[in-house]
Design a binder for this molecule. Sequence first.
Ligand SMILES: [Zn+2]
Length: 269
Amino acid sequence: MAEFYDTHAHLDFPDFADELPQLIERATAAGITRLVSIGTDLESSARAVALAEKFPSVFAVVGWHPNDAVRAPKDFRAELRELARHPKVVAIGETGLDYYRLPSARGGTAPEDSHVKARQAEVFQQQLEVAAETGLNCVIHTRGECFDESLRLMAPFVKKVRGVFHCFVGTPEQMRRVLALNSLVSFTGILTFKNAQTVRDTLAAAPLGSFMLETDAPFLAPVPYRGKRCESAYVKEIAAAVAQVKVCSLEELSAATCATAREFFSKLR
Ligand SMILES: [Zn+2]
C-alpha cells in the first residue's frame, strides 16, 4: 500500500477528544503514516506538542493563526522559540493573513478592519522571525484578498525561510509565484469538489516535488465524505484524486510527496 502523510491537521481540536488513538489507527490502516498537528495559538501549540510526545506518528507545528491575531500577546516570540526547540516541532505556524473574515464581514467598520490587518501582519512577522532564527519553515494561511500582501511580508525572509501555502486554492499563476520564492503549496480535499476546477488546474500545473498533501482536519472532508468531519485517514481519497489529475501512480505520488515533506519539515522522521 502506498504511504502518505497528512501534513496539516488540527488534532488538538475538541472534535477529536478521546478518539485520537482510534483516529491514528484508522490513518495507519489507510497508509497515512505521519500526521502533522498544527497549532493555532500558544495553548493549541502546546497541546500539539503534547500529542507529538504521546504518539510516535504525530509531529507538531507551533504558532498563532491569523484569525485569532487580535488575541495574540504583543510579543510572543520567546514563548514560540521555547516551543520550537522541541525535537518533534517541525515548523512554525499556522500563520499568515486572512482578509476573508474581517470585522466588516460582520457589520464592522473600515478602521476595525485596518486594526485587524495590522495585528495579523505583526503576528505573521514575529513568526517569520522565529522561523528564521530557529531554522524552521512556516505553514502559511492566506484567505481573501491578501495573497500579494502575504508574499510582500515574506520577501525579506525568503533566503532563510520557506513557506507552505496550505490549503492552496489559487491560480496556476499564483502557484508559480509561490514556487519562485522556493516555497511550496499543499492541497486538501477541496480538489475533489465538483466546483473546484481551478484547484485541479493548479495541481495539474504543479510539478511533483512542489506540493504536499493535507486534510486540514476537522475541516474540508473530501468526496465522498464532504460535509462530514474530516480526519487524517482521508488523505487516501485525496491522494487518489491527485494521482488522477497528475496522471501518475500512487507509488510515484507517495515517493514525491513524502520526500517533499521530509525535506520541508526538516525534523520529520
Ligand atoms: Zn489549518
